[in-house]
Ligand binder design. Structure first.
Ligand SMILES: Cc1cc2nc3c(=O)[nH]c(=O)nc-3n(C[C@H](O)[C@H](O)[C@H](O)COP(=O)(O)O)c2cc1C
Ligand SMILES: [Mn+2]
Length: 457
């Protein structure tokens, strides 16, 4: 049996020496995220925190549960490849197939009580301050669940839905619940509002990474079908304790409740995908009706505004889309990457060009695939598109900045792109960083094959 839940993924990470165990006491506030962010960029490994603590307890004190905390599940392509049991080269093709609604595999319902119903807290027993919810960034407004997957249901069609919604702890039984205007969850919430009815939701934490990947996709249908397609069989789901929703059977923790139709509360700020702290939002609230967990559960988080957040939200679901567009223009495209450090605004294309004009054409195709793409760099097959230093080598040694750059002024980007104006209008840029032998011929480039250090250290 392959990966089907968080624990089987942890075993895979362990076997591949990609799970870093931190045995020292780590503070949930700031220290945990600082460590995770450093490991994300220096080692690229997942982390299991065995002992977490909280030095400055929040006002409504809880008994912090002695639970392990897991993060960096999907922090880069090599971990995503482990999670999806394929090679880095095959990631985009696998994602592309799974995102095709025709390939979706519906969840399987079981009546059996799930492991997460081993412990069920309701009413006065609920105290969100007991949960190991970190304060991540220095300027975050408080403790946020960032790695929980929201399970909801379309009140009109009855279909299921997965999404990510940051949740700030407001009091013992209430979260602030962030949801943008154009999300499915907002559509459901507004429908309920018009009937003066609450929207029931459940938050599942500690999941099979295939479900984590599926939840970030914009998809017409139940995102669980994407996870089913990734695993080749339907995800096992089961009824909630206090909500009539189908929730992943193999979750570590499930928080159930509802969004009341007319109550709002400020939440935020939080480190956002675009690389800056955002605004305080006046958001719906999430009233909790049950907190359920496995025995010895594992809490999972995503460091906001950092690599895993961007990798799940802006890279994995978009690379297949861009690849389809650029391959339509040229079969010579070898690979494509949206590097997390570019916050989803940069795409790097590896091209075995057969014509000096080809790099510009594939770059234009990448812009048309997604509005967020603002910079495209085209390189040759000898440049490692996953290595920022190698990319910089190409920018330094293969670009004549007076000749190889194309600007597209007044183009539309994302409204939150820090280079754009308030309407999202900015200049898009193409950089042709391929070698131009017709201008000047060089000999062989110096390069040593890259070794995966995790196999040696
Ligand atoms: C880690 C992470 C956190 C996110 N947080 C939020 C959020 O707080 N609010 C929001 O509206 N979207 C957020 N998103 C984006 C949505 O979850 C995502 O676009 C999803 O497709 C929305 O699904 P829906 O249209 O089915 O509601 C986040 C994405 C990721 C990967
Ligand atoms: Mn959806």
């Amino acid at each position: 049996m392959g990966i089907y839940d968080l624990r089987s993924y942890l075993e895979t990470l362990e076997q591949n020496q990609r799970l870093l165990h931190i045995r020292k006491d780590v503070d949930l506030d700031y220290e945990l995220a600082n460590l995770a962010a450093t490991v994300a960029r220096r080692l690229g490994n997942a982390i299991f925190f065995e002992k977490i603590k909280r030095d400055s307890p929040p006002s409504q004190q809880g008994q912090l549960y002695p639970w392990g905390v897991f993060t960096n599940a999907l922090v880069n392509p090599s971990l995503a490849a482990l999670a999806l049991e394929c090679s880095v080269e095959d990631l985009s093709a696998r994602m592309g197939r799974a995102l095709d609604p025709a390939q979706g595999i519906a969840p399987r319902v079981t009546e059996q009580a799930p492991p997460w119903q081993a412990n069920v807290l309701t009413g006065e027993q609920i105290n969100l301050y007991d949960l190991p919810i970190p304060i991540h960034g220095q300027y975050d407004g408080g403790a946020f669940i960032t790695g929980g997957v929201t399970v909801s249901r379309d009140p009109v069609s009855g279909r299921g839905n997965l999404s990510y919604n940051r949740m700030q702890v407001l009091d013992r039984r209430t979260f602030g619940f962030n949801v943008n205007e154009w999300r499915h969850v907002m559509q459901f919430y507004k429908h309920q509002q018009a009937q003066n009815q609450p929207l029931p939701i459940a938050v599942a934490i500690g999941l099979d990474p295939a479900i984590m990947i599926a939840a970030a996709a914009r998809y017409e249908g139940d995102e669980l079908a994407i996870a089913g397609a990734l695993r080749g069989e339907g995800v096992l789901v089961t009824k909630g304790v206090t909500v009539d929703l189908l929730i992943p059977y193999h979750a570590e923790i499930v928080i159930e409740g509802y969004l009341p139709p007319h109550k709002r509360h400020p939440e935020g700020p939080l480190a956002e995908f675009h690389g800056y702290y955002g605004e305080i939002w006046d958001s719906p609230v999430f009233e909790v009706t049950a907190v359920c967990f496995r025995n010895r559960p594992i809490y999972q988080t995503i460091v906001p505004g950092w690599d895993e957040h961007i990798y799940i939200g802006n890279v994995l679901p978009r690379e297949p889309l861009l690849l389809r567009f650029v391959r339509h223009v040229s079969p010579n495209v070898r690979a494509l990457h949206i590097p997390p450090y570019g916050n989803g605004f940069l795409a790097v294309i590896q091209l075995e060009k057969s014509n000096p004009g080809e790099p510009k054409n594939v770059a234009l195709a990448a812009f048309t695939a997604h509005v967020n793409i603002a910079k495209v760099i085209v390189v040759d097959p000898d440049v490692n598109i996953y290595d920022p230093a190698d990319l910089h080598w190409a920018l330094t040694n293969r670009v004549d900045w007076g000749r190889d750059v194309v600007r597209i002024q007044g183009a539309q980007g994302h409204e939150m792109d820090p280079t754009a104006n308030e309407r999202g209008v900015h200049t898009k840029v193409i950089i042709d960083a391929t070698y131009k032998p017709e201008i000047r011929a060089y000999g062989q480039r110096v390069a040593y094959p890259v070794v995966d250090l995790n196999l040696y250290l």
